[in-house]
Design a protein around this ligand. Structure first.
Ligand code: PLP
Length: 375
């Protein structure tokens, strides 16, 4: 039984992804940039993986660029701004620090920045509209929040930007960190007029250290340093072919059954929510959040409650916990959503994956009942 409920931080590598990783490492060891036979074979394998992923996501293969993860995909976009005349960047106040940590370096290079409020977890179109200025170059609003699972109205927010830019001579780059959206909610980047998006394999049973940057108009995007020119100059460095194959294999398992799994996970989510409220605890995630994430507050400090779960063999997390080096990150995001400081300090996040089943959720619910309100 899998009592791992910290899947928004990372997921277990699937057997198929592991096999694809090992087979590719062994059979396609050459550098895809080498011009000898082995190199050409590796290059073909690289492109085969890209095409397969592109068809699963219904986007052109030429719009996908492999990176070491979402953090690097985001860095590619934000660092490219340093090549442009300083203007304005607008982000939501609930972005992952992979995005929010870019504001300071941009400010020190003369950029103006704005953080949009997200009461209850949602960015309002009116707030975005009020911040848009003729010198706005980039708007970054995540698709699904990693702490509460709140789903933003990405299509509506893009619409606001496209409406505003009608009177401008330049296009405003709309970026959506899509790490927690892909495969976990109905989310088709192909149908959105989005300029850039970040993805990460390890949130979907793929390997760590591999991700993607989606660029709708790659020809209009200049990376700050193309290095060895790999990935058409958008991301230099020898391609991590085994990890790319592992990512492809993970997506081949996840994407075709995504709708059925989302419905199944939604019913597990509803049971967990009931258990939380019956124990007298407060659910912090919005009603219509991603079914894969439930945050709640107990009267105990986050660390104490998660330790009590851990003593019962259950892995959950306090706040966002994508990294232990940035304690308080989940707290920052919950405060930005308008929760009280005590609630933010007492937040626990349960996050599911397709491996979560009735039996594991029964055990989790039993544990929530036993701990009660901790008093
Ligand atoms: N963005 C969000 C919303 C995340 O949840 C994470 C997870 O840590 C990241 C970005 C960073 O992803 P990666 O670990 O691939 O760099």
């Amino acid at each position: 039984m899998d009592l791992y409920f910290d899947n928004a931080a990372t997921t277990r590598l699937s057997e198929n992804a592991l096999k694809a990783y090992i087979d590719t490492e062994r059979d396609f060891f050459a550098n895809p940039s080498s011009v000898h036979g082995e190199g050409i074979r590796a290059h073909k394998e690289l492109e085969r993986n890209r095409e397969r992923i592109a068809s699963l996501l219904s986007v052109p293969a030429s719009s996908l660029f492999f990176t070491s993860g979402a953090t690097e995909s985001i860095a590619a976009v934000f660092s490219s701004l340093l090549l442009a005349e300083p203007g304005k960047v607008i982000i939501s106040a609930i972005e992952h620090e992979a995005v929010s940590s870019w504001l300071r370096p941009l400010e020190s290079h003369g950029w103006k920045t704005a953080r949009l409020k997200a009461k209850g977890g949602f960015v309002k179109k009116e707030d975005l509209e009020a911040e848009l200025t003729p010198d706005t170059r980039l708007v970054a609003i995540m698709a699904v929040n990693n702490v509460t699972g709140a789903i933003e109205d990405t299509a509506g927010l893009i619409g606001t930007v496209r409406e505003y830019e009608k009177n401008l001579k330049h296009r405003i780059f709309f970026f959506a960190d899509s790490v927690q959206a892909l495969g976990k909610i109905p989310y088709g980047i192909a149908s959105l007029d989005i300029d850039g998006a970040s993805f990460s394999a390890h949130k979907l049973n793929g390997p760590r250290g591999i991700g993607m940057l989606y660029l709708k108009r790659p020809e209009a995007f200049r990376a700050i340093a193309p290095a060895g020119g790999q990935e058409k100059g958008k991301r230099g460095g020898t391609e991590n072919l085994p990890a790319i194959a592992g990512f492809r294999a993970a997506l081949e398992e996840w994407i075709p059954d995504a709708a059925a799994n989302q419905a199944r996970i939604a019913s597990l989510n509803a049971r967990i929510r009931d258990a939380i409220t019956s124990a007298g605890l407060k659910v912090l995630s919005p009603e219509n959040a991603s079914p894969y994430i439930i945050s709640f507050a107990s009267p105990l400090p986050s660390e104490v409650y998660t330790r009590m779960l851990s003593d019962k063999g259950i892995s959950a997390s306090s706040g966002s916990a994508c990294s232990n080096n940035t304690k308080g990150e989940g707290e920052r995001i919950l405060l930005a959503m308008g929760f009280r400081s005590s609630e933010a300090k007492q937040a626990v996040r349960i996050s599911l994956s397709n491996a979560s089943d009735e039996e594991s959720v029964d055990t989790l619910i039993e544990a929530i009942k036993e701990i009660g309100n901790g008093r």
